[in-house]
Design a protein around this ligand. Sequence first.
Ligand code: HEC
Length: 318
Amino acid sequence: MAALRVVVAGSGRTLLNSSKTVHVSRAGMSFSSLPQGRKVVLSTLGLLTAGGAGLALMLHQSVKASDLELHPLVPVESRGPDVFSGPRQGLGLINLPVFPVSIRRGYQVYKQVCSACHSMEYLAFRNLVGVSHTEAEVKTLAEEIEVVDGPDDTGEMFTRPGKLSDYFPKPYPNSEAARVANNGALPPDLSYIVNARHGGEDYVFSLLTGYCEPPAGVDVREGLYYNPYFPGQAIGMAPPIYNEVLEYDDGTPATMSQVAKDVCTFLRWAAEPEHDQRKRMGLKLLLGAGILFPLVYYMKRHRWSVLKSRKIAYRPPK
Ligand code: HEC
């Protein structure tokens, strides 16, 4: 046990100016207190370990059979100006006075093409109100479907036209029925698909537009289709879109890339309706933190100055 004396240097704050005796145990051998030889040995060992790990990683990278599928690569021009990666990009939900037209067209694509096989069971008609359609428009859309409701006073189930609060209708009653209709492959629910796949909407865009002939020597089983973007390259979904697969209500030419881009915008919105709001809040938060953080830092320096400017000296007992 050794005795330590605390001597306060500099300003004569009364806080610590009586010299106190503190008992400190002699624990904690530090690197600098080791003998020279040990230091050299330890340093060499450290360097060798780090070098070995680096080499192993490099070798592993060079022999790893990665890149068996294509990574989604989307030229920005093919999607138009309202792309949504990047801190300030949005779906156009906030700054545009009109409804984001791409989400609206994307819903039309989903409804006319994808909904034949894919459900979107977490989306209700009311979610579209104020986003892509007016309330009256959505009510008309909802009334087109028939919903089983009940039981009524006599205990019978009955069907009624859809309401705003109803969820999107499913193409199949259950996943077994979906598999039977699709050669055993299950079309996944599309509500959160862009969050559920690596590459998000870029992946879906590449997948939809990326069908091609298999390269020489590659055989694709009956009922599967070659797609270089799909993990495994053989997908159970027939190419769902092509030029003029539908006619847009707003007269936009329905080229393959336009259709894919619109449905991807719609799917992105469905998976993350709060997207634009989130980015807006994020910017505000950064701005606020930019002002608050320096203030807090200054206060911390101020409060700690007494402790930080103190000098501790060891005086061996006489
Ligand atoms: C004829 C039915 C059918 C139609 C129409 C269809 N799909 Fe599919 N889709 C499938 C099937 C089946 C699978 C599962 C494929 C598999 O697992 O091999 C699938 C899978 C997918 C996947 C998931 C791929 C993955 O990485 O697992 C996405 C995304 C997708 N479809 C998007 C769409 C979009 C968007 C549309 C509309 C433009 C659409 N599909 C239209 C049948 C369909």
